[in-house]
Design a protein around this ligand. Sequence first.
Ligand SMILES: C[S@@+](CC[C@H](N)C(=O)[O-])C[C@H]1O[C@@H](n2cnc3c(N)ncnc32)[C@H](O)[C@@H]1O
Length: 228
Amino acid sequence: MPRKKARYRAALEVTTEWLRGPERPLDLPEGVPATIEVGIGSGHWLVARAKAEPHRLFVGLELKEERAYQATRDAIAAGVSNMRFMVGEASRLDPCIPAARFDELAILFPDPWPKKTDSKRRLAWAPRLRGFGRWLRPGAIGLFRTDNRRLWEYALKTVPAAGYVITSSTDDAPRGDVVTRYESRFRAEGIPIHEIRFTWPGSDAAAPLVPVADEDVRWSARVLPTKP
Ligand SMILES: C[S@@+](CC[C@H](N)C(=O)[O-])C[C@H]1O[C@@H](n2cnc3c(N)ncnc32)[C@H](O)[C@@H]1O
């Protein structure tokens, strides 16, 4: 194992209350509303929400150990105890996540995986989104944000194809009270934020998964300096 990774893993293991994985299934107290975010990065948004909403539980999934470590450190520094972090790939962590437990799902600024051949890696790939539905209670709300217009257009197809119901969408979302690191960076560059809000009707009520063609989502929204 590379030295840096070993250091993060050792640090994460010390804070075992936070590190959850297949060997440590999530055990959330019943009767408490809960939010799950996939791909938290350094956890800025989730930690801020957990601090602002102490009576809600927040679960963050993150592939990269060093980012989960950063999130853990920030959560401890913020003094919040209503959070759990799970380190690993979302579909691999799936078996240790309870069914129909969450009433909010967030997917914020996911990696776009721009090449058509990488569609299956996208968090917005329809079968993957459908899989996230297993964790949600009927009526749960979802939030998807991205700076990538083509990924947003792709998700406008995959979200309903996965059985969710879109409640609103915009290609220029207003800034919320809490923003992720990526969102603040994009906003500072003047890049519009695209958003989709949706609900999960429940596994029994959701329509069957509809295939969506793989497509390229290459996009550059960098604002070019205006010519004098
Ligand atoms: C572009 S970053 C955005 C981070 C954060 N949401 C933000 O807006 O600042 C995407 C994050 O998702 C994580 N990620 C990507 N695919 C994942 C997967 N399948 N399971 C868990 N995490 C994933 C990446 O490691 C990365 O930290």
